[in-house]
Design a protein around this ligand. Structure first.
Ligand code: NDP
Length: 262
């Protein structure tokens, strides 16, 4: 598979877009866990996976109001814990597995920004972003990895960022963490391959979520959007479709593993 992909699977999550294929044929009994799965890109991923036939659990950090509204609207159960805390991840994953079964698809989507020019960046801003956006991947993947190896099946999909590939001023912390996510993905993909586990990273450009809407409008309109070839922010659904493809059993047949979709 090349470095870019249109991810045009049909609404049932069949990467071939095969209308004969039943809804979620290869995924009916699989459990998918999406971190930061109640808002923004993560919410779109949770819903797309549910629509593709997965049993989905959505994790969140602290925005109870959004999480409860999401649960009520979608029927997807929500689980609160902080991905930057290893023991919280172990306990949270145990709660998900007790409710739904072993996690076979893990989407490491939770992420934060604490932007500042480097000369003004505080150690707290650095540590919060590294601990959530990079160490969070270790904390979440490590507790599910042995089970995936034992079952000879697993899908780990990490949401990195274009800014981990090209760097971004005011985001030394975020760019470092997201670049680290790519290295983590590539190393783990090599370990997982022989065990039926694929590990992939998606590196979205700017997507119209609350994270991006927090950027001053002037910066968005004058500096960011003009650099986007299609002249608009991306939609969360566009990322969710890529995740459904990478989660599918058949993505492995296409030797997908450790590529970055941009
Ligand atoms: P949002 O800010 O809209 O949502 C972030 C989600 O992550 C929320 O559900 C939030 O929970 C959760 N979260 C944050 N910190 C933690 C934590 N410590 N533990 C558990 N959950 C946490 O972000 P986006 O949807 O915009 O971004 C999603 C991912 O995509 C991030 O990793 C981001 O870096 C990446 N990305 C985003 C781009 C964009 O343009 N938006 C571009 C490229 C990459 P709660 O609701 O409780 O706060």
């Amino acid at each position: 598979m090349g470095k870019s992909c249109r991810c045009d699977g049909n609404r049932n999550g069949d990467p071939d877009g095969n209308p004969e294929k039943k809804n979620g044929e290869d995924s009916m009994s699989r459990v998918a866990l999406v971190t930061g799965g109640t808002r923004g890109i993560g919410a779109a991923i949770s819903i797309a996976l549910k629509n593709a036939g997965y049993k989905v659990a959505a994790n969140f950090a602290g925005n109870e109001e959004k999480a409860k509204a999401f649960e009520a609207e979608t029927g997807i159960p929500v689980f609160k814990w902080d991905v930057s805390n290893y023991q919280a991840c172990v306990d949270g994953i145990a709660a998900v597995e007790a409710a739904l079964g072993p996690v076979e698809v893990l989407v490491n989507n939770a992420g934060i920004t604490r932007d500042a020019m480097f000369h003004k960046m505080t150690p707290d801003q650095w540590n919060e972003v590294i601990n959530t956006n990079l160490t969070g991947l270790f904390n979440m993947t490590h507790p599910v990895w042995t089970g995936m190896r034992d079952r000879s099946f697993g899908r780990v999909i990490n949401i990195s960022s274009i800014n981990g590939q090209k760097g971004q001023m005011g985001q030394a912390n975020y760019s470092a963490a997201k670049a680290g996510d790519i290295g983590f993905t590539k190393a783990l993909a090599q370990e997982g391959a022989a065990k039926g586990i694929t590990v992939n990273a998606i590196c979205p450009g700017y997507i119209g979520t609350e994270m991006v809407r927090a950027i001053p409008e002037k910066v968005l309109n004058e500096r960011i959007i003009p650099q986007i070839p299609v002249g608009r922010l991306g939609e969360p659904d566009e990322i969710a479709r890529c995740v459904v493809f990478l989660a599918s059993d058949r993505s492995e047949e296409r030797r997908v593993g450790k590529e970055c979709l941009r």
